[in-house]
Design a protein around this ligand. Structure first.
Ligand code: PEP
Ligand code: MG
Length: 312
């Protein structure tokens, strides 16, 4: 490897969380890592892998065909390690590929993408990964390489799971590339109502965390297309049905010592932050520009909770 030894990139003192509820940051592209780390966030709650590939303007399959497996894995390793270096030893949660086919279609190789009537309900996230085990294995091998390089702060997150069957299959794929799920921090996004409703089963698959993808959870719970301007005023992440699913999931996860988090856009909204801290969420991930406000909001709610408990 040409990379500098990882030890040299590590800050000497870990950053202490400012609040009991951790406040993390969403990182859109590796280039934003430095600015994101400077917010003082407790880690990265969401780093979307597809941006590292789509920024090359190629679909994953096309990229691998054109440049080879090694280059594809290098691309991911380089993107993730840039962020993991910036944040070390703070954790960086990386989500495996999740782009709808209409987004992939804009890229080189996009002509091979299936045409779907409802891409958001279709071939994306873990569903696609499990149908394309070769591409999926490349991503997971990139994680294995990162662990070999010493990036033990990297965590693996699977998108759009519906049930334990999905999660068992993802876990098996981890094991197939030599990653020990007992040793590494891994989990799922809760972004379909199904995953929230059967979270107790999903916990049995051995996850360490569940992270709310409220962009999708809202879209699927309310049957409101997140990209459709005609129903945009009905897209409400604070709808009682969405909050009910979130609240129940946090409760079940707490009973089983599974961490909970939010990485959807709603994590940057003060009303949502108040609700989540009240419910006992473990961490909140916000946009770079919102981290400071979320830190303060979390602190306010935690102080109120302490005062309430003293008064009781
Ligand atoms: C979400 O659904 O809330 C999420 C964070 O994932 P994405 O926006 O990439 O679908
Ligand atoms: Mg999502």
């Amino acid at each position: 490897e040409e990379r500098e030894p990882v030890e040299e990139a590590r800050p000497k003192t870990p950053v202490k969380p400012m609040t009991a509820t951790e406040v993390k940051v969403n990182v859109s592209i590796p280039e934003a890592a430095e600015r994101a780390a400077a917010t003082g966030a407790d880690g990265v709650g969401l780093l979307r892998m597809e941006h590292m590939i789509l920024s090359t303007n190629k679909t994953p399959k096309h990229y691998i065909e054109k440049h080879g497996s090694r280059a594809y894995i290098d691309e991911i390793v380089s993107g993730v390690s840039t962020v993991a270096d910036e944040f070390y030893p703070r954790p960086v949660r990386v989500r495996t590929l999740d782009a709808p086919t209409d987004e992939f279609r804009q890229m080189e190789g996009g002509e091979d993408e299936p045409h779907e009537h409802n891409p958001m309900l279709g071939y994306r996230g873990i569903r696609r990964s499990l149908e394309e085990p070769d591409v999926f294995a490349h991503e997971l091998e990139a994680f294995q390489r990162l662990y070999d390089m010493g990036y033990d702060n990297v965590e693996i997150m699977f998108p759009l799971v519906n049930d334990k069957t999905d999660v068992d299959a993802a876990r098996e794929a981890l094991e197939d590339v030599g990653i020990d799920p007992e040793k590494r921090h891994w989990g799922v996004m809760v972004e379909t109502p199904s995953s929230a409703l059967v979270i107790d089963d999903i916990i049995d698959a051995g996850i360490d965390f569940a992270s709310f993808g409220t962009n999708d959870l809202t879209q699927y719970t309310l049957a409101v297309d997140r990209n459709n301007e005609h129903v945009a005023d009905r897209f409400d992440e604070l709808h009682p049905s969405v909050l009910k699913l979130i609240g129940q999931t946090i409760e079940t996860c707490r009973e089983h010592d599974v961490e909970t988090s939010i990485c959807g856009q709603a994590g940057s909204k003060p009303e949502m932050v108040r609700f989540l801290v009240d419910e006992g969420i473990s961490s909140i991930s916000a946009n770079i520009d919102a981290v400071r406000d979320v830190q303060h909001e979390v602190k306010r709610v935690e102080q109120r909770l302490i005062l309430d408990s003293v008064r009781e």
